[in-house]
Design a protein around this ligand. Structure first.
Ligand code: AHR
Length: 307
């Protein structure tokens, strides 16, 4: 025969697609939905077979998914770790099986960086710093106390840890800026609303809300309006992400400032997957390009916003 059999596995038949196992955090926010879509669309475009698993914000589900990808002998595993700690064992299992791992969006705190090939995503500390910088400027020259409440992301997650730290570091420059309450809202709208209601009951003198994502900020806006106050005016609001609903609230004057965090990681991830599969060297850290938005900038950007 002259090699017309597609089933011969020896090398160059065009149909051996790369298989990528991806374990997603969940569907907790508008950001996450946009991120999932970006990954699914770009896998299709790149001709990569995607095995997609949603962990519903639970680490144990992610560990199960990764183990199942190892069993299925996928070519590459990528995942967005819900929390930073506790990955060493399962990452070691992937390494021992010879399956390369790429971290997407969120980091792990494993000291052994040979457990993954690359980490693509934002610098969450910088995001927190941008939020803090804006607030320090907003109250520049004023000395009266400014009471801040903070809605943190998922406890133990890299974006919650880092956005808290970056913000705290920057506002330390202005001793009148004080965080009077800080609690997790799990990156969801429902929890953001619930926790903000509790904050409003406990404190009559809130000047500023810093929410680690748009969704929690949007939930909090409902709580603030429910308490008869004007979001963006009576209580200034800073959020992170810049998804469409957040940008709309910013343009409407209900949010005062948004720090962008890009969910569009799919195209770069697929490039990385191809390189890693081909055994090529890849950069250990790939940073996302991001900006910030004022109310005026949101009005200008909204018509062409993709997500
Ligand atoms: O890890 C990125 C964060 O996760 C986003 O800022 C938040 O909206 C999402 O849930």
């Amino acid at each position: 025969g002259d090699g017309d059999s597609a089933s011969s596995g020896s090398g160059n038949s065009g149909d051996d697609k790369i298989v990528l196992g991806f374990s997603q955090v969940g569907a907790e926010s508008g950001w996450r939905t946009a991120n999932t879509k970006s990954i699914q669309d770009s896998a299709k475009e790149a001709g990569i077979e995607l095995k997609f698993s949603d962990a519903q914000q639970k680490q144990e589900n992610q560990i199960k998914a990764i183990r199942s990808f190892i069993q299925q002998k996928v070519d590459v595993i990528a995942f967005s770790p819900v929390v930073e700690s506790g990955w060493d064992t399962v990452l070691k299992e992937a390494k021992d099986a010879g399956i390369p791992v790429i971290l997407t969006d969120r980091a792990v705190d494993s000291p052994d960086t040979s457990l993954y090939k690359s980490f693509i995503g934002s610098d969450f500390v910088v995001e927190g710093e941008r939020a803090g910088d804006w607030l320090v400027k907003e109250y520049a020259g004023k000395t009266e106390p400014v009471n801040i409440v903070e809605l943190q992301g998922t406890t133990g997650s890299a974006p919650a840890n880092d956005r808290k730290k970056g913000f705290a570091d920057k506002i330390a420059a202005a001793p009148n800026l004080k965080i009077i309450a800080s609690q997790t809202g799990d990156f969801t709208r429902a929890k953001g609303k619930e926790v903000m209601e509790a904050f409003l009951k406990a404190h009559s003198d809130i000047d500023v809300l810093y929410a680690h994502n748009d969704d929690m900020g949007l939930g909090a806006i409902e709580a603030i309006e429910g308490a008869g106050k004007k979001p963006g005016v009576d209580i200034k609001i800073i959020t992170v992400d810049a998804v469409k609903d957040g940008m709309q609230a910013l343009a409407d004057g209900k949010i005062n400032f948004i720090v962008e965090c890009s969910p569009l990681l799919g195209p770069q991830l697929m490039e990385l997957v191809k390189k890693v599969k081909a055994g090529e060297a890849v950069e250990a850290r790939i940073l996302t390009n991001e900006t910030t938005f004022t109310q005026e900038q949101a009005k200008a950007a909204l018509p062409t916003r993709q997500y």
